[in-house]
Structures are given as C-alpha cells and as structure tokens.
Write a protein that binds this ligand. Structure first.
Ligand SMILES: O=C(O)CCC(=O)C(=O)O
Length: 267
C-alpha cells in the first residue's frame, strides 16, 4: 500500500463526504497529464473545454471525444487505486472519466448537484477522484462541497435550468441544502480529493486569467452493477453522455456483482 489513509482522513470522508489525503502525485505524472490535456484540446477543436466526457475512450467516445489510452493509465495509477481501495474496497470498476477545463476568463459555473442522478449504477455507489491539473484558488472556481450532504444516501430533487452559461443543467433544488455551509476546495496541483457520489457540490465560474482544469475519475465498488440497458434509457434524456455504451474496466479484484459486462463499448 503506497499511502495509508489516517484515521482522521477516513473519518473526514465518512463525516464530510470527501477527503484530501496528505499525499501528492509525482510532478512527472502531473506534467504528463498537462501535456496530454493540451493534445486532447488540439484533437477536439469541435468541443468546448468546459466539460469533456470520457477522454480515456479511444472509440465510441461520449460527445464524440477523440481520447487516448493515456487517460486510462493516469486514472489507474496504483497510488490512486490504493487510496480508493481504502474507501470503497478491494474490488473496483472504472466506468468513467471527465475533464472540467475551466478555461481562463470564461470558465463556466458548475451548479450545485449530486453526481448520481443519471448514473445507471445499482446500488448507486461511486467514488469520484478529483485531480486538479492547476493550482486551485478561491478566485478561479474551486470545487465547493456541502459537508455531510452525502450522509442520508438520498438523491435530492433537481430541476432543469436552461442556459449555456453552465457545464450542466440539472441543478439541485436550493431547499435541499444550506449553501452557507459550503467549503471551498483549495488545492495545489498534485493534491487530490476523493468524494462520495451523494455529496452535493458545485463550482463557480472562472473569470481569472488562469485556467483551472481538473481530471476526474469515476470508480464504483464491483459489488455494484453498471446497468448498460438502464444507461441507454437514461441516455434518452442525456444522449451525449453515452451511458448506454460506456466501457467498464475491472481495475482491481473481482466483479463481485457478477453482473457487469466488460465487453460493451470496448474496441
Ligand atoms: O470541476 C468542477 O468544477 C466540477 C466537477 C464536478 O462537478 C464533478 O466532478 O462531479
């Protein structure tokens, strides 16, 4: 085990819904990710950088992203999986990645939401690894978390809010939480945050002169089932997300659910 979470860190994850361990990614890895991100932007001039789904997919990419296997390599870095296994167990499936680019001057807001609303995962369990490629400051649109909002394991009501000034349009109704309790996630590039699928979170726009990009990895314990058929049905509403066709990767252990299909969506 490359990094062992302390009792305090484990408690923080359980109590607040996220943890930033006292751990850093190697600088060389960070440099590689940044380089690969520039390539990704070059290869996808048709897409806005605010949100790019599944850059690890080289075929059948959601939003038509032209991705690369490098992102899968980054997402499954042994240190990250070691930490993840302490939070969701030894049997792990990777089912998604995303990059929220928050470009300088025009980086869109990500409104308050829970991640799980349209994930075809039963029982619904997902650990999100949030990896900033740049330093995150109060000004450049840090992630904002509502502590403890994951605890009831409930998906709260969300409403569709029109507008292309945001990265997503399904927004958690304000009656469900107290925004004044929000905590900003201020991180240096190299630090990493891990958060629970039920936690309410969002981020403001970035109007600064500095980009605030983050690479996001979605893992589920292999006791859960990623139901592609359900993903297809849900996809009727959110076609670009490609949930009916996402490739699953068993990245640790065994498929305890015995229901996951590791052929759909692969090359
Ligand atoms: O990076 C951001 O600003 C938003 C990320 C997010 O909402 C997520 O990872 O679920």
């Amino acid at each position: 085990m490359s990094y062992c979470l302390t009792e305090n860190e484990l408690r923080s994850y359980q109590k607040k819904g996220w943890v930033v361990p006292d751990f850093r990614l190697p600088q060389s890895l960070l440099d590689e990710m940044r380089e690969e991100y520039m390539l990704l932007l070059d290869n996808n001039p048709q897409l806005l950088s605010d949100i790019m789904l599944a850059p690890h997919q080289t075929v059948n990419g959601s939003q038509g992203v032209v991705g690369s296997k490098k992102w899968l390599e980054f997402a499954t870095h042994p240190d990250l999986l070691d930490i993840a296994s302490q939070l969701i167990g030894e049997d792990i499936v990777l089912w998604g990645t995303t990059i929220f680019g928050k470009p300088a001057l025009s980086g869109k807001e990500t409104p308050w939401h829970q991640d799980g609303g349209y994930y075809p995962i039963r029982p619904l369990e997902t650990l999100t690894i949030w990896i900033p490629l740049d330093d995150v400051t109060v000004e450049n649109g840090p992630m904002r978390f509502i502590p403890g909002s994951h605890k009831s394991k409930e998906l709260y009501s969300h409403s569709w809010v029109e507008g292309d000034d945001k990265t997503i349009n399904l927004v958690c109704d304000s009656k469900n939480f107290d925004a004044t309790t929000a905590e900003d996630l201020i991180l240096e590039a190299g630090q990493v945050s891990f958060h629970d699928v039920y936690m309410i979170h969002g981020s403001r726009a970035n109007l600064t002169e500095n980009r605030r990009a983050a690479f996001i990895v979605r893992l589920m314990p292999a006791t859960s089932h990623y139901d592609h058929k359900l993903g297809e049905e849900m996809g009727e509403k959110h076609a670009s997300h490609g949930y009916g066709n996402r490739p699953l990767f068993l990245v640790r252990g065994v498929d305890r659910s015995a229901k996951n299909n590791f052929t759909v969506g692969h090359e």
